[in-house]
Design a protein around this ligand. Structure first.
Ligand SMILES: Nc1ncnc2c1ncn2[C@@H]1O[C@H](COP(=O)(O)OP(=O)(O)O)[C@@H](O)[C@H]1O
Ligand SMILES: [Mg+2]
Length: 381
């Protein structure tokens, strides 16, 4: 039985047992395919066939509030790098010299505490290059803080919408690289964990970027262990972000892994169009990205209307057609008509490779130089 101490022993000591956390457990949660002797493990989650193994390297560690206050120079305003629904995020430097992002949860609200626990448990168990690493947490008194690896390029949202005049827009190839990585992160949750995990909060602000624009998914507080046995869905309170939510989930609370595929479709639309899922500053009819885009999604002659003007026409038309075809499938109203994430990964690996070779050919053909934007990574997808 695996336990994670989630409270600093110097304050109050609460031990979280994965077996008893309702978000993570289910009686039938043992993957019998991985259990050749038919013996039932009592633990809840299998990662690559191993039960509840904390991440290689030891998983998350507990910090004192004093350590994190020192790391952020007492949560100085200048160190604040973001603010989300659950609190503020600060850049900090640990005593060891490691630069980190520290999220301080709003102290009020039961909800935040539950999500905090799920986040610590999930990220202590999972390990994948496209999921953000949780370095530690702090639970001194009423404080709830999470310490993550620092992602120097911030979130995808920061590079798609409301760019500063001196900001370079993302190139087509970087957009494809982000799509591949995000899809691989989801694939890990859906296919490599057993029972599968439904992420529930896929959106551009939760796709963080490292210095080479490799994407990592963050915020697992809403993640849910998927349906097991004969069940087709998990019934739950509707949570997530308006504008990204799959229609069947928004209407009935029936959550399946296909709900994440819909969210992925919305992110794909954001990547192609450079428009936000919801933008109330736009004229009527354009405020809801999916509704606006539907008029163009089924007609290849109209695909050009969807493309972000900041790309200045620099994208391979054939690849755009593929991306929009996949986007349209991900956004199917009927959940079971949406593709699996495995299919999406395969398709995007192909598209990313095609986009790269198209770029290489353009560079070779044009003596005027490549269309790669300044400041973006030169290495492969
Ligand atoms: N690990 C991190 N490294 C760098 N920046 C981060 C990190 N985590 C979050 N941020 C920044 O803080 C912002 C707020 O994050 P968050 O609290 O998760 O809210 P939301 O996901 O609702 O935007 C993000 O959009 C991002 O710009
Ligand atoms: Mg977030």
């Amino acid at each position: 039985m695996s336990c994670f101490s989630c409270l600093d022993t110097r304050t109050r000591d609460m031990r979280i047992n994965i077996d008893t956390v309702p978000y993570l457990t289910d009686d039938s949660s043992v993957d019998k395919r991985n259990d050749s002797k038919g013996a039932r493990s009592k633990s809840g989650i299998l990662v690559n066939g191993k039960v509840n193994s904390p991440r290689p390297g030891g998983g998350a560690r507990s910090f004192t509030f004093k350590e994190l206050a020192a790391a952020t120079k007492n949560f100085r305003e200048e160190n604040m790098i973001g603010k989300g629904g659950f609190g503020s995020v600060f850049k900090g430097r640990l005593y060891s010299g490691q630069v980190v992002a520290i999220k301080q949860l709003n102290p009020d609200g039961h909800q935040g505490n539950q999500e905090f626990i799920v986040e610590v448990l999930m990220l202590s168990v999972f390990s994948h290059p496209n999921l953000v690493t949780l370095i530690g947490y702090c639970t001194s008194g009423a404080q709830r803080l999470l310490v993550y690896e620092y992602m120097p390029m911030g979130s995808l949202e920061d590079h798609l919408f409301d760019l500063e005049p001196d900001q370079t827009p993302l190139s087509w190839n970087t957009r494809m690289k982000i799509a591949v990585g995000a899809a691989r992160g989801i694939e890990y949750l859906h296919c490599k964990i057993s029972p599968s995990v439904i992420y529930r909060d896929l959106k551009s602000s939760n796709i963080l970027l490292d210095k080479d624009f490799n994407p990592k998914l963050s915020d697992f507080g809403l993640a849910k262990v998927g349906p097991v046995g004969n069940r087709t869905h998990v019934s739950t309170r509707v949570m997530g972000t308006y504008g990204y939510c799959a229609p069947e989930y928004a209407m009935s609370g029936k959550l399946t892994i296909k709900s994440d595929i819909y969210c992925f479709g919305v992110v794909l639309l954001e990547l192609v169009t450079g428009r936000e899922a919801i933008d109330l500053s736009k004229p009527n009819g354009e405020q809801y990205l999916v509704s606006w885009a539907r008029q163009y999604l089924n007609d290849p002659k109209k695909f050009g209307h969807l493309v972000d003007p900041l790309l200045r026409g620099k994208y391979p038309k054939k690849c755009l057609n593929y991306v929009i075809a996949i986007t349209e499938m991900c956004l199917k109203e009927e959940a079971n008509q949406r593709p699996t994430i495995g299919d999406v990964v395969v398709a995007f690996e192909y598209i990313a490779a095609q986009s790269k070779s198209h770029e290489a050919r353009s560079v070779a053909c044009k003596s005027t130089g490549s269309y790669r934007s300044r400041g973006e990574p030169k290495q492969g997808l």
